[in-house]
Design a protein around this ligand. Structure first.
Ligand code: PEP
Ligand code: MG
Length: 589
């Protein structure tokens, strides 16, 4: 007899709005859970055969990757996989597995996992740095062998057979990129923060999501009924009929509210006293474009190109990139698309690139730092962006600029790319605007200097907040310190806008703060020229901008700048929001 579970309410961090009810699917745990299974004497040979087949399959996969990487990136990069092949060819490892299998009579995947763990332990205790570095090779190859042994599919999320709510300890941005909106109704995770790329992806998929629930995966089992309330960051496990009814009403109310906002999507984004504000959207993949248009944004203020590089075995060619960027540009015409050059690192990884594990990935080899070290990849992307600029209005921007030298180096490479294209007779927009993201405090502080070499700025508050307040944007434990309204953040933003305007360039914002309705009046009052938000946030932001005069907004910003703490600013901003758009503030509460 199954015992009915008690209703459990968990509070986390709202990641993407909306309310949904459905069956839970626990992702991540099932993948490589290997049970200890006894085998009979007469099954031993078959287990050995399975093991050899898995080794061969893994070897073929690696040879394949090595070949492709060598062709596309050069032989030296392909060599990385030679180390992987050495692990497979290590007879000591295979002999040990076979001997143990015969002796202990347990399923080969169990034995293999056991031997693998022991190898890793022994290597990690060695003094030899070279051998220590081999741990990641052993790990990678071991995972692959295990996957092939148990026939696990790595793309579980794209192959779900029914509509579910995905529950996981964590989801990487590449996991979320493989999710199919058709079968994923919503998701919730133990860890993560409001501006993690996983949360941002949920908004772009337009599915309700809650992150940072800490103990969620310990409480939920696959098949449990769960409610995700992405507006308030709540997850309810095994809700009572009464709760289910209440949330159904809540869901209907929210849908009606969204519909009402959408009815105004065709209205211009101007303040009551006639100042035109650019309202753009952020996209992750070209498939997001219809949503941008459906929500009434007038262009794309941030196209995160790294998703195009994810979940594939090779790197996209210049030609493929050109096709993707130009297709977006054509669909958004006559409005502009700001294509951001590759921003990998931090919480976004590419399996096909050999980027070593880093102690502090957000402070490490990321974004422009990676691109400047890999001009082959960077230049191919810039060539593709430039070529696409002949097919629509394209602007380009660099992520994570920390000072003038990086901006100059990147621009020098861009000039090389332009020269090459001219020589080859390939068309591009010679006046394509090139901007810098301002998301590192040093860039904000020296924005007067950077403005000399940039056509525009786009403030990346997701990173600017984490770097200026020293608060990891994906860590739920310190999420309470992640305050867009912190006076330090507001001062940095104010000075970036002022410095940009002094130099005669426009200043936009593409971090999540641009879509935070409580901050709109302050940002408008500080003089922000462009707001780029997730498509679903665009109607709300437009509604607020249309309800304010610049005089009101400036007064609100001025008062906010006199307050002493983030909490005070937040409370003040929420109060003002209620005055500006009372119905909307009620709905969001
Ligand atoms: C930001 O940091 O605010 C930003 C827009 O870039 P990303 O979220 O991709 O780091
Ligand atoms: Mg960023």
């Amino acid at each position: 007899m199954t015992v009915k579970k008690k209703e459990t309410v968990l509070k986390g961090i709202p990641a993407a709005p909306g309310v949904v009810t459905g069956k839970a699917f626990l992702y991540g745990r099932e993948q490589y859970t290997i049970s200890r299974r006894n085998i009979r004497e007469d099954q031993i040979q078959n287990e050995i055969k399975r093991f050899k087949e898995a080794l061969l399959q893994t070897k073929n996969e690696i040879v394949d990757i090595k070949k492709r990487i060598s062709e596309e990136l050069g032989v030296e990069h392909g060599q990385i996989f030679s180390a992987h092949l050495l692990v497979i060819d290590d007879t000591m490892l295979t002999e040990e597995v076979v001997a143990k299998l015969k002796k202990e009579k347990l399923a080969v995947e169990y034995i293999f996992q056991d031997v693998l763990r022991r190898y890793i332990k022994v290597f990690s205790e060695m003094d030899d740095e070279y051998l220590k570095e081999r741990i990641s090779d052993i790990n990678d190859v071991g995972r692959r062998i295990l996957k092939n042994l148990i026939g696990a599919k790595e793309d579980i999320l794209s192959n779900l057979k029914e509509k579910v709510i995905v529950i996981a300890y964590d989801l990487s941005p590449s996991d979320t990129a493989t999710m199919h909106k058709k079968n994923v109704k919503g998701f919730a995770t133990d860890i993560g923060g409001r501006t993690s790329h996983t949360a941002i992806m949920a908004k772009s998929l337009e599915i309700p999501a809650v992150v940072g629930l800490e103990v969620l995966t310990k409480k939920v089992e696959t098949g449990d009924t769960v409610i995700i309330d992405g507006n308030h960051g709540i997850v309810i496990i095994s809700p009572s009929p009464r709760t289910l009814k209440r949330y159904e009403e809540e869901r209907e109310k929210f849908i009606a509210f969204e519909k009402h906002l959408l009815e105004q999507k065709g209205l211009p984004c101007v303040t009551l006293d006639g100042r035109k504000i650019e309202l753009a959207s952020n996209i992750e993949v070209p498939e997001d474009v219809p949503s941008v248009l459906a929500h009434g944004a007038e262009g794309i203020g941030l196209y995160r190109t790294e998703y195009f590089f994810m979940n594939r075995k090779d790197l996209p060619t210049e030609e493929e990139q050109f096709r993707a960027y130009s297709s977006v540009a054509k669909k958004i015409k006559p409005h502009a698309v700001i294509v951001r050059t590759l921003d990998i690192g931090g919480d976004k990884f590419l399996s096909q690139l050999d980027v070593p594990q880093q102690m502090n990935p957000f402070l490490g080899w990321r974004a422009i730092r990676f691109c400047l070290a890999r001009p082959d990849i960077f230049k191919a992307q810039m060539r593709a962006i430039l070529r696409a600029s002949a097919h629509g209005k394209i602007r380009m921007m660099y992520p994570m600029i920390s000072g003038l030298a990086e901006l100059q180096q990147a621009n020098a490479l861009l000039e090389d790319a332009k020269k090459e294209l001219k020589k080859e007779g390939l068309p591009f927009d010679e006046n394509m605007e090139v901007g810098a993201m301002i998301e590192v405090p040093s860039a904000a502080v020296t924005s007067d200097i950077l403005a000399r070499e940039a056509d525009f700025f786009s403030i990346g508050t997701n990173d600017l907040i984490q770097y200026s307040l020293a608060v990891d944007r994906v860590n739920e434990k310190i999420a309470y310190l992640y305050e867009p309204a912190h006076p330090a953040v507001l001062r940095l933003i104010k000075s970036v806008i002022e410095n940009g305007h002094k130099a005669g360039i426009w200043v936009g914002m593409c971090g999540e703060m641009a879509g935070d309705i409580s901050m709109t009046a302050i940002l408008l009052g500080l003089g922000l020229d462009e707001f780029s938000t997730s498509p679903i946030a665009a109607p709300e932001i437009k509604r607020i901008i249309r309800a304010l005069t610049m005089t009101q907004a400036r007064a609100i910003a001025e008062e906010a700048m006199t307050l002493l703490t983030g909490k005070d600013v937040q409370a003040f901003a929420s109060r003002k929001l209620k005055e500006i758009v009372p119905d909307m503030a009620d709905e969001i509460e």
